[in-house]
Structures are given as structure tokens and as C-alpha cells.
Design a protein around this ligand. Structure first.
Ligand SMILES: *Cc1c(COP(=O)(O)O)cnc(C)c1O
Length: 239
């Protein structure tokens, strides 16, 4: 490494720290660490930082804007990255999603499912999707209202390009851990209700750097971690 090359050694430290903390949260909840994976969220971080994370063995990255995936996927084309959309998705981005993305966790309305399906058919591809459910009461949070979930899942059966694997949510911003945990519990309960209707949804994507132990206690199979892996973001995002 040249003297001027940026030093990304903090990534290895952060990654092993967060894995240990996730493992600890699993044990505290009486669960196996192998049941919970970590999706590193690379939004606002540049291609060279992501390349350093790839060197650690990471190959799936969460982004909340399709534009960022467009910008980064070119310079990182040799890395074999699976890009995961976790942010609010406009239907006019469906074409880029169909070309560039391996999974969408923020599927929250029929119009979007239709747009993705149409574009994926053109590309001859199918992708994994999670349905984002609104479990928090804040106005600004996206997601499908929980009482519409079962009907929505029935509709999604008509789209063979969308492999529905589970549910995703963002908890309330509340400082009250019981309120936050209540959001995660709600997602798990709706998963169970869907299962009773024949919808198999093994994956629950819930929990971020600040609240993942609560999500793991409520059954998360995947936590989405940005800050604790990549550091504090200096650019504001609307997530
Ligand atoms: C940014 C973001 C995360 C990660 O948040 P951190 O607090 O940085 O871990 C997780 N999920 C979504 C949907 C996000 O937009």
C-alpha cells in the first residue's frame, strides 16, 4: 500500500465488532448466531470504501437510492456485488432495478410490483423481494399498512419475477425501547398471520445499528447495519 492510499483497516475491526455484538444479541435471546445475517448498508460511501469491504469477503450491500447503485456498480463491476435496495423506490426506477439489483426489500405497493414485474420480464430475470410493512406510527415512514399485507401477498402470487422471501420494517425513532420492540414484534406477528394463510416468509429484515438487539429478540433473520460498519455518514439521507 502506498503512503497516500486511504487506510480502510477500520472496516475489518468494525465488521468483527458488529458480528460479535450480533452474536451476543442472539445468545441473549436464546438464538443461534447462524440464524441472523448482517446486511452492510453502504449508502453515501464511495466505491473505494465498498471495494475495501469486498476485500473482507462481503458481497451484498444495501443502498437506499437506485441512483447510488447506478453510480457505484460501474466502477465495481469486477466485484460481483449483489445490490440490495432498502429505500423508498419510485416506479420510474424499475428499469434500473431490473438491470442492476439482485433484491428489493422495500416493496410496498402494487403499482411498484407491477412496474418491477414488467421490467424484469423484459430483462428475463427474477429477483428476491421483501415486503416493507409500516410498523411505526410516524407519518414519514414508508411501507404497506399491516392490514393490507395479506391481500398484497395474494396479489404478488401473480408475479413470477418477484420471489417473495419475507418482510422488512423500520422501527419508530422513539427512545423508548418497548415502543421500538413493539414495531419488531408487530412484523413477526404479521409474518405468522401470513404463514397461517399459506404464505411462507422465512426472512425478517429488521434492526439497524441503534436497535438491532431488540430486533433479534423479536426474531430478525437479518439486520441492516450502516453506521456500525462504515462509520458515521456525513451526507444526509432521507431514510
Ligand atoms: C440507512 C439504513 C439502515 C442502516 O442504518 P444505520 O443506523 O446506519 O445502521 C438500515 N435500513 C435502512 C432502510 C436504511 O435506510
Amino acid at each position: 500500500m502506498s503512503a497516500n492510499a486511504p487506510d480502510h483497516s477500520y472496516l475489518a475491526i468494525n465488521w468483527s465488532d458488529i458480528r460479535q455484538r450480533v452474536d451476543g444479541a442472539c445468545r441473549a435471546a436464546g438464538r443461534e448466531p447462524s440464524e441472523v445475517s448482517i446486511l452492510p448498508v453502504s449508502k453515501t460511501f464511495g466505491a473505494e470504501v465498498i471495494r475495501a469491504a469486498v476485500a473482507l469477503g462481503l458481497h451484498r450491500f444495501g443502498e437506499n437510492k437506485v441512483q447510488e447503485i447506478r453510480d457505484k456498480s460501474g466502477p465495481l463491476a469486477d466485484c460481483g456485488i449483489d445490490w440490495v435496495v432498502i429505500g423508498h423506490l419510485q416506479t420510474n426506477k424499475a428499469k434500473d432495478v431490473a438491470r442492476l439489483v439482485s433484491e428489493v426489500q422495500s416493496l410496498d405497493r402494487l403499482e411498484l410490483a407491477e412496474a418491477l414485474h414488467r421490467r424484469l420480464q423484459v430483462e428475463g430475470r427474477a429477483i428476491d423481494v421483501l415486503v416493507q410493512v409500516k410498523t411505526a406510527s410516524e407519518e414519514s415512514k414508508y411501507g404497506l399498512p399491516p392490514d393490507q399485507l395479506l391481500g398484497f401477498l395474494d396479489h404478488l402470487r401473480g408475479f413470477d419475477t418477484l420471489r417473495v422471501r419475507g418482510l422488512m420494517t423500520l422501527a419508530t425513532q422513539s427512545t423508548d425501547p418497548e415502543e421500538v420492540r413493539g414495531c419488531f414484534r408487530l412484523l413477526r406477528e404479521w409474518r405468522d398471520r401470513a404463514a397461517a394463510q399459506g404464505h411462507v416468509l422465512p426472512r425478517l429484515s429488521m434492526g439497524m445499528s441503534g436497535d438491532f438487539p431488540l430486533a433479534i429478540a423479536e426474531g430478525a433473520t437479518e439486520v441492516r447495519i450502516g453506521t456500525a460498519v462504515f462509520g458515521q455518514r456525513t451526507i444526509r439521507t432521507d431514510a
